[in-house]
Design a protein around this ligand. Structure first.
Ligand SMILES: O=C(O)CCC(=O)C(=O)O
Length: 259
Protein backbone atom coordinates (compact mmCIF):
# COMPACT_ATOMS: atom_id res chain seq x y z
CA UNK A 1 0.00 0.00 0.00
CA UNK A 2 1.53 3.32 -1.07
CA UNK A 3 2.01 5.85 1.72
CA UNK A 4 0.57 9.33 1.20
CA UNK A 5 2.83 12.24 2.04
CA UNK A 6 1.07 14.28 4.75
CA UNK A 7 0.45 18.01 4.14
CA UNK A 8 2.63 18.71 7.18
CA UNK A 9 5.65 17.49 5.18
CA UNK A 10 5.37 20.43 2.79
CA UNK A 11 8.54 22.45 3.08
CA UNK A 12 8.63 26.21 3.53
CA UNK A 13 12.29 27.21 3.91
CA UNK A 14 15.12 26.85 1.36
CA UNK A 15 17.44 25.10 3.82
CA UNK A 16 14.77 22.55 4.80
CA UNK A 17 14.10 22.09 1.09
CA UNK A 18 17.77 21.33 0.41
CA UNK A 19 17.96 18.81 3.21
CA UNK A 20 14.69 17.00 2.40
CA UNK A 21 15.54 16.90 -1.31
CA UNK A 22 19.06 15.56 -0.68
CA UNK A 23 17.71 12.80 1.56
CA UNK A 24 14.61 11.72 -0.33
CA UNK A 25 15.18 12.91 -3.92
CA UNK A 26 11.93 14.87 -3.99
CA UNK A 27 10.19 17.53 -1.95
CA UNK A 28 6.69 19.02 -1.80
CA UNK A 29 6.51 22.73 -1.07
CA UNK A 30 3.89 25.22 0.05
CA UNK A 31 1.77 26.47 -2.90
CA UNK A 32 4.01 28.30 -5.36
CA UNK A 33 1.48 30.07 -7.57
CA UNK A 34 -0.91 32.58 -6.03
CA UNK A 35 -4.56 32.57 -7.18
CA UNK A 36 -3.96 35.22 -9.83
CA UNK A 37 -1.01 33.45 -11.43
CA UNK A 38 -2.76 30.07 -11.16
CA UNK A 39 -5.80 31.45 -13.01
CA UNK A 40 -3.58 33.05 -15.66
CA UNK A 41 -1.71 29.74 -16.11
CA UNK A 42 -4.93 27.78 -16.39
CA UNK A 43 -6.29 30.27 -18.93
CA UNK A 44 -3.12 30.16 -20.99
CA UNK A 45 -3.16 26.36 -21.10
CA UNK A 46 -6.82 26.56 -22.14
CA UNK A 47 -5.93 28.99 -24.95
CA UNK A 48 -3.14 26.73 -26.19
CA UNK A 49 -5.35 23.63 -26.10
CA UNK A 50 -8.16 25.45 -27.89
CA UNK A 51 -5.80 26.59 -30.65
CA UNK A 52 -6.14 30.28 -29.72
CA UNK A 53 -2.35 30.80 -29.72
CA UNK A 54 0.32 30.03 -32.31
CA UNK A 55 1.61 27.07 -30.29
CA UNK A 56 2.95 24.65 -32.97
CA UNK A 57 0.82 21.59 -33.71
CA UNK A 58 4.01 19.46 -33.66
CA UNK A 59 4.35 20.18 -29.93
CA UNK A 60 1.06 18.46 -29.08
CA UNK A 61 1.59 14.84 -28.06
CA UNK A 62 -1.58 12.80 -28.50
CA UNK A 63 -2.53 9.22 -27.73
CA UNK A 64 -5.43 6.93 -28.41
CA UNK A 65 -6.99 5.57 -25.29
CA UNK A 66 -8.69 2.19 -25.23
CA UNK A 67 -10.86 3.62 -22.46
CA UNK A 68 -12.05 6.46 -24.70
CA UNK A 69 -13.99 3.90 -26.71
CA UNK A 70 -11.74 4.34 -29.74
CA UNK A 71 -12.68 7.99 -30.00
CA UNK A 72 -10.44 10.78 -31.25
CA UNK A 73 -6.89 10.90 -29.90
CA UNK A 74 -6.52 12.87 -26.67
CA UNK A 75 -3.78 15.37 -25.92
CA UNK A 76 -1.43 13.91 -23.37
CA UNK A 77 1.49 16.32 -23.44
CA UNK A 78 2.41 19.81 -24.55
CA UNK A 79 6.09 19.81 -25.43
CA UNK A 80 8.58 22.64 -25.02
CA UNK A 81 6.08 24.94 -23.31
CA UNK A 82 8.65 27.63 -22.54
CA UNK A 83 10.20 27.67 -26.02
CA UNK A 84 6.83 27.79 -27.70
CA UNK A 85 5.00 30.26 -25.49
CA UNK A 86 6.09 33.54 -23.93
CA UNK A 87 3.84 33.12 -20.88
CA UNK A 88 5.56 29.87 -19.93
CA UNK A 89 9.02 31.28 -20.79
CA UNK A 90 8.37 33.91 -18.11
CA UNK A 91 6.94 31.42 -15.61
CA UNK A 92 10.02 29.18 -16.00
CA UNK A 93 12.10 32.16 -14.79
CA UNK A 94 9.96 32.88 -11.73
CA UNK A 95 12.07 33.51 -8.64
CA UNK A 96 9.75 31.41 -6.46
CA UNK A 97 10.87 28.41 -8.49
CA UNK A 98 14.48 29.36 -9.16
CA UNK A 99 15.25 30.25 -5.53
CA UNK A 100 14.54 26.61 -4.62
CA UNK A 101 16.16 25.07 -7.69
CA UNK A 102 19.33 27.03 -6.91
CA UNK A 103 19.61 25.21 -3.60
CA UNK A 104 20.39 22.08 -5.60
CA UNK A 105 21.95 23.23 -8.89
CA UNK A 106 23.93 26.22 -7.63
CA UNK A 107 23.45 29.78 -8.94
CA UNK A 108 23.92 29.20 -12.70
CA UNK A 109 20.85 27.52 -14.09
CA UNK A 110 19.64 26.43 -17.52
CA UNK A 111 16.18 25.24 -18.46
CA UNK A 112 16.37 21.79 -20.02
CA UNK A 113 12.71 20.93 -20.66
CA UNK A 114 9.22 22.30 -20.08
CA UNK A 115 6.14 20.12 -20.45
CA UNK A 116 2.37 20.35 -19.98
CA UNK A 117 0.97 17.09 -18.59
CA UNK A 118 -2.70 16.54 -19.39
CA UNK A 119 -4.80 13.84 -17.83
CA UNK A 120 -8.29 14.26 -19.24
CA UNK A 121 -11.28 13.13 -17.13
CA UNK A 122 -11.74 9.34 -17.05
CA UNK A 123 -9.24 8.65 -19.83
CA UNK A 124 -6.03 10.24 -18.53
CA UNK A 125 -3.54 7.42 -18.76
CA UNK A 126 -0.81 6.53 -16.28
CA UNK A 127 2.82 7.55 -16.68
CA UNK A 128 4.96 4.51 -15.94
CA UNK A 129 7.78 4.42 -13.38
CA UNK A 130 10.87 6.12 -14.81
CA UNK A 131 13.78 8.41 -14.10
CA UNK A 132 13.88 11.58 -16.18
CA UNK A 133 17.67 11.27 -16.36
CA UNK A 134 17.22 7.97 -18.22
CA UNK A 135 15.55 9.96 -21.02
CA UNK A 136 18.13 12.75 -20.99
CA UNK A 137 21.50 11.01 -21.11
CA UNK A 138 22.70 13.58 -23.68
CA UNK A 139 23.50 15.83 -20.69
CA UNK A 140 26.67 15.18 -18.67
CA UNK A 141 26.24 14.73 -15.83
CA UNK A 142 22.53 13.90 -16.27
CA UNK A 143 21.53 15.76 -13.11
CA UNK A 144 18.23 17.66 -13.14
CA UNK A 145 15.87 19.34 -10.74
CA UNK A 146 12.29 19.13 -11.95
CA UNK A 147 9.62 21.48 -10.65
CA UNK A 148 6.17 19.96 -11.17
CA UNK A 149 3.26 22.36 -10.64
CA UNK A 150 -0.34 21.20 -10.23
CA UNK A 151 -2.81 23.30 -12.21
CA UNK A 152 -5.72 21.27 -10.81
CA UNK A 153 -5.60 19.57 -7.41
CA UNK A 154 -3.56 16.37 -7.93
CA UNK A 155 -4.85 13.47 -5.84
CA UNK A 156 -4.32 9.74 -5.51
CA UNK A 157 -7.53 9.29 -7.57
CA UNK A 158 -6.66 11.52 -10.49
CA UNK A 159 -2.98 10.68 -10.95
CA UNK A 160 -0.74 12.62 -8.57
CA UNK A 161 2.96 11.84 -8.66
CA UNK A 162 4.42 8.91 -6.71
CA UNK A 163 8.08 8.77 -5.77
CA UNK A 164 10.48 6.09 -4.58
CA UNK A 165 12.30 7.89 -1.76
CA UNK A 166 16.09 7.63 -1.97
CA UNK A 167 16.07 6.18 -5.50
CA UNK A 168 18.04 9.24 -6.72
CA UNK A 169 21.10 7.73 -5.04
CA UNK A 170 21.03 4.53 -7.12
CA UNK A 171 22.32 5.94 -10.41
CA UNK A 172 20.40 5.48 -13.65
CA UNK A 173 18.52 2.21 -13.36
CA UNK A 174 17.89 -0.12 -16.32
CA UNK A 175 14.92 1.05 -18.41
CA UNK A 176 13.17 -0.95 -21.12
CA UNK A 177 11.02 0.09 -24.08
CA UNK A 178 7.69 -1.43 -23.01
CA UNK A 179 4.50 0.66 -23.28
CA UNK A 180 7.03 3.49 -22.96
CA UNK A 181 10.64 3.89 -21.75
CA UNK A 182 10.35 2.77 -18.16
CA UNK A 183 11.70 0.81 -15.21
CA UNK A 184 10.31 -2.72 -15.65
CA UNK A 185 7.50 -3.59 -13.26
CA UNK A 186 9.47 -6.26 -11.36
CA UNK A 187 12.09 -3.68 -10.34
CA UNK A 188 9.62 -1.22 -8.78
CA UNK A 189 9.13 -1.75 -5.03
CA UNK A 190 5.66 -0.17 -4.92
CA UNK A 191 5.39 -0.82 -1.19
CA UNK A 192 8.18 1.74 -0.61
CA UNK A 193 6.53 4.48 -2.68
CA UNK A 194 5.11 7.77 -1.46
CA UNK A 195 2.15 9.41 -3.22
CA UNK A 196 2.33 13.20 -3.17
CA UNK A 197 -1.04 14.94 -3.51
CA UNK A 198 -0.62 18.61 -4.40
CA UNK A 199 -3.23 21.38 -4.25
CA UNK A 200 -3.78 23.52 -7.35
CA UNK A 201 -0.91 25.99 -7.54
CA UNK A 202 1.21 23.76 -5.32
CA UNK A 203 4.36 22.03 -6.46
CA UNK A 204 6.73 19.20 -5.89
CA UNK A 205 10.35 19.05 -6.96
CA UNK A 206 12.25 15.90 -7.85
CA UNK A 207 15.70 14.85 -8.93
CA UNK A 208 16.11 13.55 -12.49
CA UNK A 209 17.27 10.30 -10.89
CA UNK A 210 14.27 9.79 -8.60
CA UNK A 211 12.00 7.01 -9.83
CA UNK A 212 8.47 8.38 -10.14
CA UNK A 213 5.19 7.75 -11.90
CA UNK A 214 1.56 8.85 -11.98
CA UNK A 215 -1.61 6.77 -12.01
CA UNK A 216 -4.63 7.08 -14.30
CA UNK A 217 -7.27 9.75 -13.85
CA UNK A 218 -10.40 7.96 -12.61
CA UNK A 219 -12.30 11.18 -11.88
CA UNK A 220 -14.66 13.30 -14.01
CA UNK A 221 -12.26 16.27 -13.74
CA UNK A 222 -9.07 17.04 -15.65
CA UNK A 223 -5.70 16.73 -13.91
CA UNK A 224 -3.41 19.23 -15.57
CA UNK A 225 0.15 19.98 -14.52
CA UNK A 226 3.26 21.61 -15.92
CA UNK A 227 6.89 20.78 -15.28
CA UNK A 228 10.14 22.65 -15.75
CA UNK A 229 13.39 20.66 -15.67
CA UNK A 230 16.50 22.62 -14.75
CA UNK A 231 20.20 21.80 -14.73
CA UNK A 232 23.40 23.51 -13.76
CA UNK A 233 24.77 25.75 -16.52
CA UNK A 234 28.04 23.86 -15.96
CA UNK A 235 26.56 20.66 -17.47
CA UNK A 236 27.96 19.58 -20.80
CA UNK A 237 26.48 17.82 -23.81
CA UNK A 238 27.64 14.29 -24.68
CA UNK A 239 30.02 14.51 -27.61
CA UNK A 240 27.66 13.37 -30.35
CA UNK A 241 25.15 16.09 -29.41
CA UNK A 242 27.53 19.06 -29.24
CA UNK A 243 26.43 21.92 -31.47
CA UNK A 244 23.06 20.20 -32.08
CA UNK A 245 21.19 21.36 -28.97
CA UNK A 246 21.20 24.41 -26.76
CA UNK A 247 19.35 25.40 -23.64
CA UNK A 248 18.34 28.79 -22.27
CA UNK A 249 20.09 30.33 -19.30
CA UNK A 250 17.44 31.30 -16.74
CA UNK A 251 19.68 32.51 -13.92
CA UNK A 252 23.37 33.38 -13.39
CA UNK A 253 26.01 32.95 -16.06
CA UNK A 254 26.92 30.44 -18.72
CA UNK A 255 30.24 28.67 -19.23
CA UNK A 256 32.25 28.15 -22.38
CA UNK A 257 31.98 24.58 -23.68
CA UNK A 258 28.90 23.85 -21.57
CA UNK A 259 25.35 23.26 -22.79
O1 LIG B 1 2.43 14.59 -14.68
C1 LIG B 1 2.60 13.39 -14.91
O2 LIG B 1 1.66 12.62 -14.98
C2 LIG B 1 3.97 12.82 -15.11
C3 LIG B 1 5.04 13.81 -14.83
C4 LIG B 1 6.42 13.29 -14.94
O3 LIG B 1 6.67 12.13 -15.11
C5 LIG B 1 7.54 14.22 -14.81
O4 LIG B 1 7.33 15.42 -14.54
O5 LIG B 1 8.70 13.79 -14.97
Amino acid sequence: MTRILPDSSRITSPSAFREFFATHGFCAVEPLLDEELLTATRNRLGDILAGRTDFPATAFDTERQPTSGGAEPVIRKLKDLARNDEFFATLARDNRILDLVQEITGPDIKLHASIGWMKPPHIGSPKSPHQDSAYWTHVEPPEFVVCWIAIDPATADNGCLNFLPGSHRRGILPHAMLEEWRVPEENVPYDQAVAVPVPAGGASFHSGKTVHWSGPNHTPHPRRAISFAYMSARCKLAEQWRGKMSFDLVRGRSYQGCV
